[in-house]
Ligand binder design. Sequence first.
Ligand code: SAM
Length: 287
Amino acid sequence: MSQIDDLPPLREVIERHGLQALKSLGQNFLLDLNLTARIARTAGRIDDLAVVEVGPGPGGLTRALLAVGAGRVVAVERDRRAIAALEEVAAHYPGRLDVIEGDALAIDTAALGDGPVAIVANLPYNIATPLLTGWLSAEPWPPRWRVMVLMFQKEVADRITAAPGDDAYGRLAVLTGWRAIATQMFDISPKAFVPPPKVTSTVVHFEPRPAPLPCRRESLEAVTAAAFGQRRKMLRQSLKALGVDVAALVESAGLDPTVRAETVPVAGFVALANAWDKLRGGRAPGG
Ligand SMILES: C[S@@+](CC[C@H](N)C(=O)[O-])C[C@H]1O[C@@H](n2cnc3c(N)ncnc32)[C@H](O)[C@@H]1O
């Protein structure tokens, strides 16, 4: 399939709107409509969801989302040059595409649209991690988003989906594993983009966990920051930064003080977060 709609080819759109890619905006455009359709289909059934897309650029993925049946797409794009190109797509799909010119970091993107949303994006690499941690940190939980399909540099995808014991296991994998089920779906070669980035990209599928293990997110972030701040050290050393009796903390969490952060599963960090709250006189949620 080389054509998913009868809009002009993306190369022509880029040329006509002067959309030469800017490095400062993390622009690597995906022009292969087979791939954009594959990404859109990875979200599953989206006809009854509003789809939030961050960084539509010339609109390749946007067009695929509309062509595979998204009821409505809300697209947030920072580059003013892309807005006219996206308005052409909106005119082709009357009432189904809202284009918002703005900075996705400054907008509560997950709150866009009515009711439940899907978030689907080929993210600008320079803000991909803060956007993801924002969506994973939504309060209250479960979040408005029902599914996310996001493209990252492969190295970042590995840090998101890493398991205990993997080199890439760290704070991002713990936050992700606590709140979501994240699965790497497929890689995309640099050759598929204009201009080609230096590294391979990976599409990751996220589903929110309906009932993450109870703990305060801020405490989970604090204990993982301390533990992975010195990832090669044993917990009895690395957790000193938390300012409580470390032996009591680790014992109360049911962990071995001689293990390193990189082998502790998500449930172990949740236990540490709750034990830390108790030692400081607070009440852990669920405790
Ligand atoms: C990797 S490109 C993806 C473009 C298009 N979705 C595609 O797949 O070809 C990232 C897009 O995000 C946009 N962008 C960069 N920073 C942004 C921000 N802070 N808020 C919204 N969009 C942003 C860029 O202008 C660019 O269009």
